[in-house]
Design a protein around this ligand. Structure first.
Ligand code: ZN
Length: 241
């Protein structure tokens, strides 16, 4: 099972060119079955698409493409920066550089709860937790309870869903953080460019392949690259995460 990590389209960092990205999604649609996390039997060629942070460009550009190509995706959000609704227009909401998007959250640089609700109701997007405030969970002063549990409770309260997946900010965690995570979630996602057998992941964590800055729509899925991802998975199984 391949799990992908993406951030933006058309931004200045952690991003993809919209035209290439559309071709990438078309390729996935033709060659894989996109799935939400499950411990049940997976279909052939399963892929789990995950978009981190929940920037407004997801709602504006990526969500319509998911619908067009009949794909499912997780959207990993951080409730501290989510507004209920907004009257700001697209020029404001899309007008900031990547590095300013968190501090400008009051300009609705992230999807609002209203937008998240709409996307989740469509069945093609599952909103999951990416912590409360997008802190590195290995930092000393971090409030793990707030980052892990409050984030989940806020999403569930606002969207009425059940949040079972957690995506580590910056991919950072250790065994203690993972143990805490699994008290509240069924699935924990990291970064690390490896494939997983299924949603049990590798040693309890699901690895994701970096899908930002795609040079061509399908290079990532070429035989040699998949082989590298499989080798990495084998090594991680043996030496630990
Ligand atoms: Zn993030």
């Amino acid at each position: 099972m391949i799990s992908m990590m993406y951030h933006h389209v058309g931004s200045d960092r952690c991003s993809n060119d919209l035209a290439i990205f559309e071709e990438h999604l078309a390729y996935i649609s033709n060659n894989f079955t996109s799935v939400f996390p499950t411990l049940e039997k997976l279909p052939p060629h399963p892929i789990c698409l995950i978009f981190d942070d929940g920037y407004y460009d997801f709602y504006k550009f990526i969500y319509p493409l998911l619908q067009k190509y009949n794909l499912k995706a997780l959207l990993a959000v951080t409730p501290k920066y989510i507004l209920n609704d907004t009257e700001k227009d697209d020029t404001v909401r899309l007008g900031f550089e990547h590095n300013d998007l968190f501090q400008e959250y009051k300009n609705a640089t992230f999807c609002t709860y209203k937008e998240l609700q709409e996307m989740q109701s469509s069945g093609s997007v599952q909103v999951v937790s990416h912590s409360y405030s997008h802190k590195n969970l290995l930092e000393k002063d971090v409030n793990l309870e707030e980052e892990l549990l409050k984030s989940k409770e806020l999403i569930e309260k606002n969207l009425g869903n059940k949040v079972e997946s957690f995506v580590y900010p910056f991919g950072k965690y250790n065994q203690k953080v993972l143990d805490e995570t699994m008290k509240h979630y069924r699935y924990a996602f990291r970064i690390g460019n490896a494939v997983n057998k299924d949603f049990h992941g590798i040693n309890g964590v699901i690895y994701r392949v970096d899908g930002d800055f795609l040079e061509k729509p399908d290079t990532i899925f070429h035989f040699n690259n998949i082989l590298k991802l499989r080798c990495k998975a084998l090594i991680k199984q043996i030496i630990g995460n």
